[in-house]
Design a protein around this ligand. Sequence first.
Ligand code: UGA
Length: 445
Amino acid sequence: MQRISFFGSGVVGLASAVVFSSKGVETIITDKDLEKLDAIKSGKSPFREPKLEELLRGSLQSGKLRVNNDQKSTVLESEITLVTVGTPTNHDGSIDLSQLKSTVESVGIALSQKKEYHLMVIKSTVTPGTTSNLVKSMLEDKSKKTVGKDIGLAVNPEFLREGSAIEDTMNPHLILIGSADAISADRLEDFYKESYQRHDLPIMKVNIETAELIKCANNAFLATKISYVNTLANICSRIEGVDVEAVARAIGMDPRIGPLFLKAGPGYGGSCLPKDVKALSHFAESIGYDALFFKMVERVNELQPHVILSIAEKLIGRFTNKTIAILGLAFKKGTDDVRESISVVIVEYLIKQGSTVKVHDPMAMENVRPIFKDRIHYCEKAIDCLKDSDCCLILTDWDEYRNLRSEDFIRNMKEPNVIDAWRVLRINGSGKIRYVAFGIGSYLK
Ligand code: UGA
């Protein structure tokens, strides 16, 4: 079995490394962030991800996973290097390739000292042309070798989700291989077939640019579904008794539409969907096409937090001097990640409006501290967060919020105004509570 190495210990790199090493593949992981590497070495994940630590400890114990802070030996002691560094957004919407460039440079320099064939695989998300132009020329320049002959190059985008990274890597719905030469593509295909030992592995081989585009297009389509259903929710909220969940359930039963990613809410966040819609839009522009469609998907998402805020304003009036309870900070349940979280946008807005903001999240509290410092109040329990507040906004669909009852809001809040942006509660608006289940009724009339 081929030995593999990962450059980059984010969710994609670390989850993939622990899954493959748990399947018996000799795996090395490296990162420029030495603190992160130290944590991983001691069996601790730098982020919260279900089942990850358990597998990580097993792989470290079995010796199948090694952590190495020396980039050169990481390359030399493996046959395939998978690049899983971050490609965040620049101010203009393009992708920041600085981490990718420095990784390709290090791998290239290491490869200049290797006699045997080595395959480099780009797993990081990039726009079409990045690998064939920038990566290939850098790699050939630094390694003094030729791609397609002495060394291999492939693009292998990742489709795992945060919060189910291990599950998704264990059961991929697609293994997408983009390559300009058959040897690179076949080596990577063989590696996957050997590691998964499954005959029905869904592998698709395409050229490099197609693979790069598929990755961005996939996330942009998911974002599109969300902006679409949020648009519907905003319409439903203006029609007496019409419920967006019923509408989404019905249209989702049409196999041409499908039921997933039709949950209305405060908008999409995270490190991927917002970035990839922007990147695709920016990329289209760079090749002479104004992709208005993606701009609208983005615009709907930018406005969505303000839809939630305007409902709150209708209930309580101006935000100045009001106390607002925010339940949920993570960009979605099951993770402690607050990158591009809609909650962060909303909290920032409320602070600017002069509100006192109290927050709770079962996992992500520590990750918002560096952002808000002492500008907000951190509550250990959801109930503490409700105390003396004028309005509660539920912004992440954590299961534990489902257990909150009308009484909890009535007893603890100054005024029991509740906006349930994800429809997690099982209460209705009757009695003393003023409850708005987002996407139903005519509260925005
Ligand atoms: C996303 C993709 O789903 C993965 O396939 C992809 O591999 C990953 O990006 C990536 O490019 O690395 P992730 O960012 O973990 O995964 O999160 P999602 O589950 O896609 O959720 C993104 C956002 O959409 C969240 O804020 C979520 O709350 C929101 N969402 C999701 C909705 O508003 N409605 C829905 O119906 C579903």
